[in-house]
Ligand binder design. Structure first.
Ligand code: SF4
Ligand code: SF4
Length: 308
């Protein structure tokens, strides 16, 4: 009885906070997903993203993150923008149009946890968003929120893949969702065919070290390797190609989250405006933006690289 009530309350809190979908799975060890991650790491697909090798044991077992963990709650937040960049602009991945999602979602998770405690009682839990040793997509899949597409993204059957995924592990018994039984990619290969750097491999494996997002955001070297010169198709920060071509994203609807409203500079800056942007101005305009991860220097490096 309590379990059903608590589950209803938690789903209602998630909706009140603006999360688009909420799925719940039993907090078990993720042996199969951990094995896939191990294989992926052994092949060096993480490139210089050494942090992905950390916390391996914690990734497998939610009880290592929250003692006595019983349930993993997955929350999806849509970031698909209502407007797109002007056609000639250096391209920026849509997740980075507005404010940094880490801050926006962390604040929501804090409130979510407080709502749970205020209503249900002393529940221990920890919230994560793309920053800790949690296999978010695996939990999302387990809790019925979609399947993992060939491009490595979680695809929701009614809403596509332009979502941030947040996870909260709690020591509270809840009712669990069933995973989606089928993979609806079927024979489609659009993302594989469209990937500008052939980073999508058979078996739903993405070679992170070949992905434009890696080169333009994660790679901190002064220079991007010359082997990929001419391949970026105008992407200056991140890449959305494998999501843009995915037929399931025809269901994408504009986000309701005000913090993700696009910065006017992101929509309107021309190549020339990016080129003449000073470091000071960059810091001011993009102080709350995911672009600050690359820093001004990184953006200038990327801009030079995509110029033909
Ligand atoms: S984000 Fe771009 S480069 Fe990376 S796998 Fe997708 S299409 Fe390829
Ligand atoms: S483009 Fe096709 S193959 Fe790729 S993730 Fe979407 S449905 Fe799956």
């Amino acid at each position: 009885m309590d379990k059903a009530l608590h589950t209803r309350q938690i789903r209602s809190f998630a909706a009140q906070l603006g999360f688009d979908y909420c799925g719940i799975a039993k907090a078990v060890q993720l042996q199969e997903d951990a094995r896939r991650l191990e294989l992926w790491l052994n092949k060096g697909f993480q490139g210089s993203m050494g942090y992905m090798e950390n916390y391996f044991d914690l990734r497998i077992d939610p009880t290592r993150l929250v003692p006595g963990a019983k349930s993993v709650i997955t929350l999806l937040l849509n970031y698909f923008p209502a407007e797109t960049q002007q056609p000639q602009a250096p391209k920026i991945a849509k997740y980075a149009y507005g404010e940094d999602y880490h801050e926006v979602i962390r604040a929501k998770l804090r409130t979510f946890q407080q709502m749970i405690r205020d209503t249900i009682g002393e529940v221990n839990g920890r919230g994560f968003v793309d920053s800790a040793p949690v296999l978010e997509r695996a939990w999302a899949k387990k809790s019925g929120l979609g399947w993992i597409g060939k491009n490595g993204n979680l695809i929701h059957p009614k809403a596509g893949s332009f979502f941030f995924i947040a996870t909260m592990i709690v020591d509270l018994d809840l009712e669990y969702d069933d995973p989606i039984a089928k993979d609806y990619c079927g024979t489609c290969t659009r993302c594989i065919d469209a990937c500008p750097t052939q980073a999508i491999l058979p078996g739903k494996v993405v070679d992170g070290s070949k992905c434009i997002s890696y080169f333009t955001i994660e790679l901190k070297d002064l220079l991007i390797p010359s082997e990929v010169k001419g391949d970026f198709e105008g992407w200056m920060f991140g890449c959305d190609t494998c999501q843009d071509v995915c037929p399931w994203n025809r269901f994408s609807k504009p986000t309701q989250e005000k913090a993700f409203a696009p910065l006017p500079e992101i929509l309107n800056f021309s190549t020339n405006e990016w080129e003449v942007l000073t470091e000071d101005a960059f810091r001011k305009i993009f102080k709350d933006s995911p672009l600050k991860r690359s820093k001004w220097k990184g953006i200038q490096r990327n801009l030079n690289f995509i110029k033909l």
